[in-house]
Design a protein around this ligand. Structure first.
Ligand SMILES: Cc1ncc(C[n+]2csc(CCOP(=O)(O)OP(=O)(O)O)c2C)c(N)n1
Length: 629
C-alpha cells in the first residue's frame, strides 16, 4: 500500500485530506525527513518542529497567490515537500539538487529567498504594502523563530507594520532554541508567557473552544476569553504595543487548533501575531536529546543519530582554544558571538572564561558596536562571526570601530566557499569589504599554527584587525606550544623562484605549492609565497619579485573582484609594474550550493586552470617595466 505522502504533489492534494489523514501525513513526513536527511544532511531539528504548522498553513492559505515568508528559511523543507518538490527532495543540498533554503528561482511558492536571520517581517511587510497598493486580496504570512526576535531588523519591521498595512500575519514559532539556547530579555519574555500557569489555564480553555466548535464565532469567543486573561496579566503585551494583535501561545503540534486559528486570523483586518509553541526535533529522540547538533548537521545514522567521528579539529576549535589560552595571560580579552557559540567554537572559550564570554543573540551589528564600546574602556574584544554574517555589520566596522581606531579583532569563520549551504552562506566577500577600510589589518593563515600566531599578533596591535579562516578541519601540522606574534605586513616566502611568483592566500597556499610543483616539472622556476597579510600588503616582497619574475599568480577563496589578487594588481600598478597577474578566485556571480571541489572545478579554481593561464606568460621571459621605484 502506498503512503499518503506519495499522493502529495501540490498543496491542492493536501487540501483534499481530512484531519485523520493529515495526522498520518505528519508522521510520514517526519519519517521521510529523518530517513532522507540521514543521507543528505540538513536542518532536521527545526523542520521536525514545524510539520503541523506547515501543514496547517498550506491547508488554510493558497500559495503561490498567498505569500509565505520563512525567516532564515532553514525550516522550509516541509513547504518544499508540499509544493511540488517531494520527488526531488532527496537531492536537497546536493550538487544540482534542491537548495536547503527558500529560493525564488526554485519555485513560485518560494515568495522570498533567505539564509540570514531577521528578514521575514520586513520582506512580508513589503509584500503586504505592495498588495495594498495594488488593491490585492492575498494574504501575507511571515513565519519567524523566537531567535529571529533577538535580531534588530525584526523590531525595525514591527515598528512599521501597523502603520503601513492593515493585514499581515506574523507567526512566532517559539521552540526556545536558537541554534543554541535562545538568549536575552526577549527569550526570557517569551518564556514567561509560555510558563505562566494562570494564563495557561485560561488560555487552554479558550483554545479548547476553538477546537470544539471551530469557525469564526467560536474563535471570537475564544479571543474574548483570551483578552480577559491577558488583560489581567499583561495589560501592555509587547506586540500589542507595536500594534500587532497578539494571539497565543498555542500548541504548534495541534493540527486542528492550528487550522482553525489560521482560518480565524485570515478574517481579521489588522496585523496579528500568533505565538506558536513547537518542539525542535519533535518525533526523533536523538534530535530531542541533542538539540544543538540536530539544528543542522551532515549525514547521520537514522537509527541512532550517530555521526562519523571528526578526525582533526576544526579551525573554529583551534580559534576558540587558542583564545582561551591567550585569555589566561591577558585578562582584557573578551569574546563575543552573535548566536553562534558552537558554530564558532566559542562554547569552548565559555567553558574556561564564562565571565568574559558574551552571546548577544542574532545581532551582528550590535555585537560589533558592543565590542567597540568595550574597546574604548581598554578591553580587547574578539568578535567571532562567520564571514557571511559579518556582512551585516559593515557600517559598524567602519563607523564605530575603524574610524575610532579601536582595537577590536574580527575572527571570520567560514571565510571562503561554504559548500552545501550555498550562496547565502558562502563567505566570499569579506576581503572586498574590509580591504577598503583604513587602518584595518587583514590576515589569512595558511594553517592552524599560523591562525594562533595571527591572533596573538592582532591582540597586541593598537588597531582593528580581522582574520579570515575556512570552514572545516585544520591541516594537522605540528603546532608550537605557545603562539608567537608575527611581523605585521610581512609575507612568508615558502619556496624561492625566478620565473613566476605564486601567492596562495590562507589555505589556498596548498594550491600554490601544487602549481609550483607542476611548473617545475615543466622547467620553470616558481616561487611560492604565503602572503599572510591582505592589508597591509607586503609591497617590498612584491617589488622584489617584480624585478625578477615574468608573472604573478594569486590564489584566493574569495571573489576575484576586489579581492586579494586585485590588491596585488593595485600595488603593482602603484609601483609602476605592468607584469601580468593571473588571478584564481571566484567569478563575479553568486555561486550555487554543492561540493567544494566540484564547484572549484566548475568555476576555474584549480591548479590546472592556473597552469593554462600562466604557461603562455612564461614562454618568453619578459622584463618588468618599472616606471617608479
Ligand atoms: C544574520 C544571521 N546570523 C546567524 C545565523 C545563523 N543561524 C541560522 S538559524 C539560527 C537560529 C534560528 O533560530 P530560530 O529563528 O529560533 O529558528 P529555529 O531554528 O529555532 O526554528 C541562527 C543563529 C543566520 N542565519 N543569520
Amino acid at each position: 500500500m502506498g503512503t499518503l505522502l506519495e499522493t502529495i504533489d501540490s498543496p491542492a492534494d493536501l487540501k483534499r485530506m481530512n484531519l485523520a489523514q493529515m495526522a498520518q501525513l505528519a508522521e510520514e513526513i517526519r519519517e521521510f525527513l529523518i530517513q532522507t536527511l540521514a543521507k543528505t544532511g540538513g536542518h532536521l531539528g527545526p523542520n521536525l518542529g514545524v510539520v503541523e504548522l506547515t501543514l496547517a498553513l498550506h491547508t488554510v492559505f493558497d500559495t503561490p497567490a498567498d505569500k509565505l515568508v520563512f525567516d532564515v528559511s532553514h525550516q522550509s523543507y516541509i513547504h518544499k515537500i508540499l509544493t511540488g518538490r517531494r520527488q526531488r527532495f532527496d537531492t536537497i543540498r546536493q550538487p544540482e539538487g534542491l537548495n536547503g533554503f527558500m529560493l525564488r528561482t526554485e519555485s513560485e511558492h518560494d515568495a522570498f529567498g533567505a539564509g540570514h536571520a531577521g528578514t521575514a517581517l520586513s520582506a512580508a511587510l513589503g509584500m503586504a504594502v505592495a498588495r495594498d497598493l495594488a488593491g490585492g486580496k492575498e494574504h501575507v504570512i511571515a513565519v519567524a523563530g523566537d531567535a529571529a526576535f533577538t535580531n534588530g531588523i525584526s523590531f525595525e519591521a514591527m515598528n512599521n507594520i501597523a502603520e503601513q498595512t492593515k493585514r499581515m500575519i506574523v507567526v512566532l514559532n517559539d521552540n526556545e532554541w536558537s541554534i543554541d539556547r535562545n538568549v536575552g530579555a526577549i527569550a526570557r519574555y517569551f518564556h514567561r508567557i509560555v510558563t505562566n500557569e494562570r494564563y495557561r489555564t485560561l488560555h487552554d480553555s479558550a483554545a479548547k473552544l476553538i477546537e470544539r466548535f471551530g469557525g469564526k464565532t467560536a474563535a471570537v469567543m475564544a479571543r474574548k476569553a483570551e483578552e480577559a486573561a491577558k488583560g489581567m496579566l499583561w495589560p501592555s503585551l509587547l506586540f500589542e504595543e507595536f500594534g500587532l494583535q497578539y494571539f497565543g501561545p498555542i500548541d504548534g503540534h495541534n493540527l486542528p487548533l492550528l487550522i482553525e486559528t489560521f482560518k480565524f486570523l485570515k478574517t481579521l483586518d489588522r496585523p496579528v501575531l500568533l505565538h506558536v509553541l513547537t518542539q525542535k526535533g519533535r518525533g526523533y529522540q536523538p534530535a530531542l536529546d541533542k538539540q544543538k547538533k540536530f539544528h543542522g548537521l551532515g549525514p547521520y545514522d537514522a537509527e541512532t543519530g550517530m555521526t562519523e567521528p571528526a578526525g582533526l579539529p576544526t579551525y573554529s576549535e583551534v580559534f576558540a582554544t587558542t583564545l582561551a589560552q591567550l585569555a589566561n595571560s591577558n585578562e582584557k580579552i573578551v569574546a563575543i558571538t552573535a548566536a553562534m557559540p558552537s558554530g564558532t567554537g566559542l562554547d569552548l572559550f565559555r567553558a574556561q572564561h564564562p565571565k568574559r564570554y558574551y552571546d548577544v543573540g542574532i545581532a551582528e551589528e550590535h555585537a560589533v558596536i558592543f565590542a567597540a564600546g568595550m574597546a574604548t574602556r581598554g578591553l580587547r574584544p574578539v568578535c567571532a562571526i562567520y564571514s557571511t554574517f559579518l556582512q551585516r555589520a559593515f557600517d559598524p566596522i567602519v563607523h564605530d570601530v575603524a574610524l575610532q581606531k579601536l582595537p577590536v579583532l574580527f575572527c571570520m569563520d567560514r571565510a571562503g566557499l561554504s559548500g552545501d549551504d550555498g550562496p547565502t552562506h558562502h563567505g566570499l566577500f569579506d576581503i572586498a569589504y574590509l580591504r577598503s577600510v583604513p587602518d584595518l589589518v587583514l590576515m589569512a593563515p595558511k594553517d592552524e599554527d599560523e591562525l594562533a600566531d595571527m591572533m596573538k599578533t592582532a591582540l597586541e596591535l593598537p588597531l582593528p584587525s580581522a582574520i579570515r579562516y575556512p570552514r572545516g578541519t585544520v591541516t594537522g601540522i605540528q603546532r608550537k606550544a605557545e603562539p608567537a606574534a608575527i611581523p605585521v605586513g610581512k609575507a612568508e616566502v615558502l619556496e624561492d623562484g625566478a620565473d613566476v611568483a605564486i601567492l596562495g592566500l590562507g589555505a589556498m597556499v596548498k594550491m600554490a605549492r601544487e602549481l609550483a610543483q607542476r611548473l617545475r616539472l615543466e622547467g620553470f622556476s616558481a616561487a611560492v609565497i604565503n602572503p599572510r597579510f591582505v592589508k597591509p600588503l607586503d609591497k617590498e616582497m612584491l617589488a622584489e619579485y617584480a624585478g625578477r619574475v615574468s608573472a604573478f599568480v594569486t590564489f584566493e577563496d574569495h571573489v576575484k573582484m576586489g579581492g586579494f589578487g586585485s590588491a596585488v594588481i593595485e600595488a603593482l600598478e602603484e609601483m609602476g609594474c605592468t607584469l601580468p597577474v593571473v588571478r584564481i578566485g571566484w567569478p563575479d556571480r553568486f555561486i550555487e550550493h554543492g561540493k567544494v571541489d566540484e564547484l572549484r572545478a566548475r568555476h576555474g579554481l584549480t591548479v590546472e586552470a592556473a597552469l593554462e593561464q600562466v604557461r603562455p606568460l612564461l614562454a618568453h621571459h619578459r622584463q618588468p617595466v618599472l616606471v617608479a621605484d
